[in-house]
Design a protein around this ligand. Sequence first.
Ligand SMILES: CC(C)(COP(=O)(O)OP(=O)(O)OC[C@H]1O[C@@H](n2cnc3c(N)ncnc32)[C@H](O)[C@@H]1OP(=O)(O)O)[C@@H](O)C(=O)NCCC(=O)NCCS
Length: 257
Amino acid sequence: MRARDVYGTASSCCRGAEWLRGDPAAAGFPQPRHVEVWLVSLDRPPSPAAPLSECLTGAERARCARFATPELRRRFANCRALLRTLLAHRLGIPPAEVPLELGIHGKPFVRSDGPGRRLRFNVSHSAGLAAIAVAADVAVGVDIESTRADIEYDEVARSFFTAPEMAALDAVSGSDRIDVFYRIWTRKEAALKAFGVGIGGADPLQIPLVRVIRERPERGALGASVLGLLDLPAVQGFAGAVAVPAPDWSASWKVWG
Ligand SMILES: CC(C)(COP(=O)(O)OP(=O)(O)OC[C@H]1O[C@@H](n2cnc3c(N)ncnc32)[C@H](O)[C@@H]1OP(=O)(O)O)[C@@H](O)C(=O)NCCC(=O)NCCS
């Protein structure tokens, strides 16, 4: 198989998958081995029943205040409030009472002795858009990136991509090159985030080549662990992927707002 067949381009990925409008208030507890990915604007957020401004904890408000610009503060607050609202619907409690804690490498999780202990989620935000993945019983990682042409992505690739990934990148040119770069990047980020390791917790070079995903999650591996990956359905100007360290699972794609 040639490198460009392995990574493909945006138009060839997630064939048939599309974003459908959804309402988190109507969604029940996630089905086992199913991941819902919610796409939501942080600049024009939906207006759930509980006002977003009332959803943050004191610690989150303090963190929010430390962001440098009003735009960053607004986006952080909206993202955290929307996450809390999504989880609160599943737990039947007010958003501000969702017991969020940080894992050892900073991955937030729900600490609970009740049904909440089965709830898993991960968040990614870029350029005013957030992807929030929610699942039951299986860990999940999601990454979304705005596809900018003005970054030194060849340099970034040389630091983080394996030789086969560099070969995949070098097999294409022009806008396909940017597309393939972000496809590889977001898959690796989603994989790192599924395991919750973050930067320094795993060597991105050790996340091996992962193939274009079509109807079903594709199996790859991180060390000895099985990993399934799906590219997010196309969003103009963005690339993204979701990863679950399990062999069999499915996903649905929802736009909130
Ligand atoms: C947080 C991290 C995991 C992702 O950062 P990012 O891509 O800049 O940001 P994203 O928007 O995708 O994700 C941020 C969210 O991930 C979550 N997060 C934080 N630490 C996490 C971790 N260790 N694992 C999973 N999720 C994490 C948080 O919810 C955070 O949102 P918040 O700050 O609003 O609370 C980053 O610290 C990191 O380590 N990235 C890996 C870098 C790397 O080596 N990439 C190589 C890819 S080829």
